[in-house]
Write a new protein. Structure first.
Ligand SMILES: *Cc1c(COP(=O)(O)O)cnc(C)c1O
Length: 345
């Protein structure tokens, strides 16, 4: 398989419609005190929580291309889906739509309008003035497409009213994977600058982030071991189903930039590290969250990033990061969820 040079990959990505939203490149930082506690020479964090827009996160990079696509199609309403009230995706869809002058409509597939306080992500989504529709259809958060039919009906209604809606069923999407190749490009350049050739790259992800990091590593010819840690307990068939779904999406993403998809399902290393439920963190994860805060003042959240870092800490502790590989955690954001809590439980 042919590899691309970084300028070739960047040029291919520049050919797709893009609306600028993200403050990039995001920093690659050292976590020296955490590395010391874990007995590794070095531990790095890619700060994609600092992408800038409305408290940031991984999805800002993806929304540059989703909004770019919406504008290229002449749309005036952005219909995006959220998983639950504390959805980062919902917050960022609403913010990205506002930046581009599109009206945000958010469909939440779990939860109800009255459930709980409007705090954290939900507070921000409401402040952004998004119209929120509640479905209450997927309490276990297993089916990213549980709201798709409803979104189609909503789009038909909007069209009948003379609007031009853009519908994004999920951020797990070929265009989202292509967009997130920018993170791989930046990381490759940042690791080169530090003289690091072999890395173990871990994120909380069972979707676009892992697919893009793997695809990016392969296209750029990098020796990265990539692992995605799930934010929720796997359903029985997930370990089998997700790699196939992502391989197909990564293939479509590769096509978007004019290359042949190089990945197979066997390339994916997606793990369920035993999170009790989607929005809940284990005691071990709360321990890791406070360890990161106390050592290097790195803040993580209990819904997503705390779980991925738990996975990386476990890999280090159990010798799954071989000598000579530098562990890199990709911080995907999600911090507003911290402000939807009282106390560290
Ligand atoms: C959406 C999200 C992820 C995971 O994205 P994938 O599509 O599963 O890769 C990780 N962290 C945060 C904070 C998110 O909002």
């Amino acid at each position: 398989m042919t590899t691309l040079t970084p300028p070739e990959l960047a040029a291919a990505l520049e050919r797709l419609p893009r609306f600028p939203l993200a403050a990039t490149p995001t920093p690659l930082e050292e976590l020296p005190r955490l590395a010391g506690e874990l007995n590794v020479p070095r531990l790095l964090v890619k700060r994609d929580d600092l992408t800038g827009l409305a408290f940031g996160g991984n999805k800002v990079r993806m929304l540059e291309y989703f909004v770019g696509d919406a504008l290229a199609q002449g749309c005036d309403v952005f219909v995006g889906g959220g998983g639950a009230a504390q959805s980062n995706h919902a917050r960022l869809c609403a913010a990205a739509a506002r930046r581009a002058g599109l009206d945000p409509v958010i469909v939440m597939r779990t939860g109800t309008e009255s459930a709980g306080d409007a705090t954290g992500n939900r507070l921000v989504t409401e402040l952004l003035g998004a119209e929120i529709r509640w479905l209450d259809k997927d309490p276990e958060m297993r089916d990213r497409f549980a709201a798709s039919t409803f979104m189609d009906e909503l789009a038909a209604e909007l069209e009948a009213a003379g609007r031009r809606p853009y519908v994004l069923y999920s951020s797990v999407h070929a265009l989202g994977i292509a967009a997130y190749l920018w993170c791989a490009l930046e990381l490759a350049a940042q690791l080169d600058a530090l003289g690091i050739e072999k890395a173990t790259v871990v994120a909380t992800s069972e979707g676009s982030v892992t697919a893009a990091l793997l695809l990016g590593a392969r296209l750029l010819g990098r020796d990265w071991q990539v692992r995605g840690v799930s934010c929720r307990p796997f359903a029985e068939d997930d370990a089998e189903r997700l790699p196939h779904q992502l391989t197909e999406l990564a293939e479509q993403a590769a096509e978007l930039i004019g290359v042949k998809g190089p990945l197979t399902a066997a390339d994916f290393d997606l793990v369920d590290e035993g999170a009790p439920a989607y929005g809940t963190a284990s005691e071990e994860t709360w321990h890791v969250i406070s360890q990161c805060a106390r050592t290097d003042a790195l803040l993580l959240d209990p819904v997503y990033t705390g779980k991925g870092m738990t996975g990386l800490v476990r890999m280090i502790r159990t010798g799954q990061v071989p000598d000579g590989r530098t562990p890199v955690f990709v911080h995907t954001g999600g911090l507003p969820a911290l402000f939807a809590r009282r106390g560290t439980r």
